[in-house]
Design a binder for this molecule. Structure first.
Ligand code: NDP
Length: 472
C-alpha cells in the first residue's frame, strides 16, 4: 500500500535475504517502511510480498530518501565491505544534518569506526548494528546488537524493540556502547558460532566413525541432548539435519553434502582481534583453521592414501561413551563462551566500549544463532560479578566445567587413540588446563629469550628485570 506522503518511518537499502525480511518484520509490527534495491527485481518482489502492509518500494536512492519522514532513518543491509561505502556515498547527497544511517550488516568493526568518523564531519548520525538470526530471525525476531551514539539509538529504539526476539518479555536488543561496539559484539558472536559449530561437527564425527552410529542414532542423541542443559538453537537444527531426506537420491541429505566449509570472514576477524588484544581464543582460532583445512580437498585425498592409519573404533559401552561425549561437548562449549566473553571484556577496555556483558548475554538468549540455555548461566555470572574477567572464575560455571572435565579428558583420549580429529575439544581442554595452572613453563621461554636475545626476565623472588650471561 503506497503511503502518499513523505512519511515513512524507516528506509531500507538492500532487499536481499536480511533486508527484505527485516522490512516485512518492521511492517508487520505497524511501522511504515520504504525499501530500495540496486537491482529492481527485488523491489518488485518486495511490493508483491508486502501487499496489505505499509511498505513502499522505491526505484532509486533519491526516491527512497524522498519518501522518508525527517529526520530520516535509513538502514543498510548490503554485502559487507566496499558496498557499504558505495551506498553511503550514494545516500549522502540526498541526506541532511540530523539524519541517521544504520549499517545493520556484518561490517568489520574498524570500517565502522572509519565510517562513523567520516559521517560525524557531515552531521549525519551513524549506528553500526549487528543483527543475528538469519532469514527466519530477520522475519520473526532477531537478536540486535546496536552501537554508536546513544541519542541516535533512542530514535530507533521503539522499532528495534518491537522487531527483536523476546525472551520472558525482554527484547533481545539493547544499546551496547559507542562507536563500533555493536559490530564488535556481533563479530565475537560469530566467532563463538564458528567454534560451537566445529565442536558439534567433531562430536558427530566421533559418533559416526568412533561409535559407528547411524544417522538415525545421531539424530536421536542430539535431539535427546537438546532437551537438557545443552539446549540450544545449533543443537536443535543439528538434530533436524540428520533426519532430512535428500529429494534427489532418497538418502539422508547429510551424506550427500561435500565436507568443505568456507567462510565470509567474521570468524577470522575474531581471531585476528583476539591476537591483537593478546586474548587467548584457541577454540575459535581452531574452528577457523579447520574450515581452511576442509577446503584442501585434493591434498586431503592424497594424504589419506599416503599417511594411512585406519580409524580405530571406540572401545567400551556405547551408552557410557555417549554420556562422556555429551559432557565433553557441554564443557567445551562453556570454555568457548569463556574465551569469547574474555575477548569482549578486553576489547571493552581497549576500545572504551564500556560493555555490560550481562546485557550481551541477555540479548543473545533469543533470536540469534548462538542462543542457548547456557546464556542464562552466563547472564547470572555477570549479574553476580559485573567485572568478571573469565567465565571459568564464576562459581557456578566453573563447577559445571569441572563436573564434566573427566569426560572431556576421556573423549579427547579416545579421539587420539582412534585417529579421529577432535582438535576443538582438544584445545578447549588445553585452554582449561592452561588457565587453571598457576605454574607455567613460560619460565623456560623467558630463559630462552634472554639467552639468545637478551630480552631479560622477571624473577619470582624479587621485582625488576634481569639478564644473565648464559654462556661462560
Ligand atoms: P544478500 O546477498 O541476500 O543481499 C545482499 C544485498 O546487498 C542485495 O540487496 C544486494 O543488491 C546488495 N548489494 C550488494 N552490493 C551492493 C552495492 N555495491 N550497492 C548496492 N547494493 C548492494 O545478503 P544478506 O541479506 O544475507 O546479507 C546482508 C548483510 O547482512 C551482510 O552484511 C551479511 O553479512 C549480513 N548478515 C547476513 C545474515 C544471513 O544469515 N544471511 C545474518 C546476519 C547478518 P543486489 O540484489 O542488487 O545485488
Amino acid at each position: 500500500m503506497k503511503n502518499q506522503k513523505a512519511d515513512y518511518e524507516v528506509g531500507m537499502v538492500g532487499l536481499g535475504v536480511m533486508g527484505r525480511n527485516l522490512v516485512l518484520n518492521m511492517a508487520s509490527h505497524g511501522f511504515s517502511v520504504a525499501g530500495y534495491n540496486r537491482h529492481p527485481d527485488k523491489v518488485e518482489a518486495l511490493r508483491q510480498e508486502a501487499k496489505g502492509l505499509n511498505v513502499c518500494g522505491a526505484d532509486s536512492i533519491e526516491e527512497l530518501v524522498g519518501l522518508l519522514r525527517k529526520p530520516r532513518a535509513v538502514m543498510l543491509l548490503v554485502t559487507a565491505g566496499p558496498s557499504v561505502d558505495s551506498v553511503i556515498d550514494d545516500l549522502l547527497p540526498h541526506l541532511e544534518k540530523g539524519d541517521l544511517i544504520i549499517d545493520a550488516g556484518n561490517s568489520y568493526f574498524k570500517d565502522t569506526n572509519r565510517r562513523a568518523e567520516k559521517l560525524a564531519k557531515t552531521g549525519i548520525n551513524f549506528l553500526g548494528v549487528g543483527v543475528s538470526g538469519g532469514e527466519e530471525g530477520a522475519r520473526l525476531g532477531p537478536s540486535i546488537m546496536p552501537g554508536g551514539p546513544q541519542e541516535a539509538y533512542e530514535r530507533v529504539r521503539p522499532v528495534f524493540e518491537a522487531v527483536a526476539a523476546h525472551v520472558n518479555g525482554e527484547p533481545c536488543v539493547e544499546w551496547l556502547g559507542h562507536g563500533s561496539a555493536g559490530h564488535f559484539v556481533k563479530m565475537v558472536h560469530n566467532g563463538i558460532e564458528y567454534a560451537v559449530m566445529q565442536l558439534i561437527a567433531e562430536t558427530y564425527d566421533l559418533m559416526k566413525r568412533g561409535l559407528g552410529l547411524t544417522n538415525d542414532e545421531v539424530h536421536d542423541a542430539f535431539s535427546d541432548w537438546n532437551s537438557g542443559e545443552l539446549n540450544s538453537y545449533l543443537l536443535e537444527i543439528t538434530s533436524h539435519i540428520f533426519a532430512k531426506q535428500d529429494e534427489k537420491t532418497g538418502k539422508r541429505l547429510i551424506d550427500e553434502i561435500l565436507g568443505v566449509a568456507r567462510q565470509k570472514g567474521t570468524g577470522m576477524w575474531t581471531s585476528e582481534s583476539a591476537m591483537q588484544l593478546q586474548v587467548p581464543t584457541p577454540t575459535i582460532d581452531l574452528a577457523v583453521a579447520m574450515r581452511d583445512m576442509s577446503v584442501l580437498t585434493s591434498e586431503r585425498e592424497e594424504a589419506s592414501r599416503l599417511l594411512l592409519r585406519p580409524i580405530r573404533h571406540f572401545t567400551g559401552d556405547r551408552k557410557d561413551l555417549l554420556v562422556e561425549l555429551r559432557g565433553a561437548l557441554y564443557s567445551a562449549i562453556i570454555i568457548t563462551y569463556a574465551q569469547g566473553m574474555a575477548l569482549l571484556a578486553a576489547a571493552s577496555v581497549k576500545y572504551e566500549y564500556h560493555l555490560d556483558l550481562e546485557i550481551v548475554a541477555r540479548i543473545w538468549r533469543g533470536g540469534c544463532i548462538i542462543r542457548a540455555s547456557l546464556l542464562e548461566d552466563i547472564r547470572a555470572a555477570f549479574l553476580l560479578k559485573h567485572d568478571l574477567t573469565n567465565l571459568l572464575l564464576d562459581p557456578n560455571l566453573s563447577q559445571k566445567v569441572m563436573a564434566q572435565q573427566e569426560n572431556l579428558r576421556k573423549v579427547v583420549g579416545q579421539a587420539c587413540a582412534s585417529g579421529i580429529p577432535a582438535p576443538g575439544l582438544m584445545v578447549s581442554l588445553a585452554y582449561l588446563d592452561g588457565f587453571r595452572s598457576a605454574w607455567s613453563p613460560a619460565n623456560l621461554i623467558q630463559a630462552q629469550r634472554d639467552y639468545f636475545g637478551a630480552h631479560t626476565y622477571e624473577r619470582i623472588d624479587v621485582k625488576g628485570t634481569f639478564h644473565t650471561e648464559w654462556e661462560d
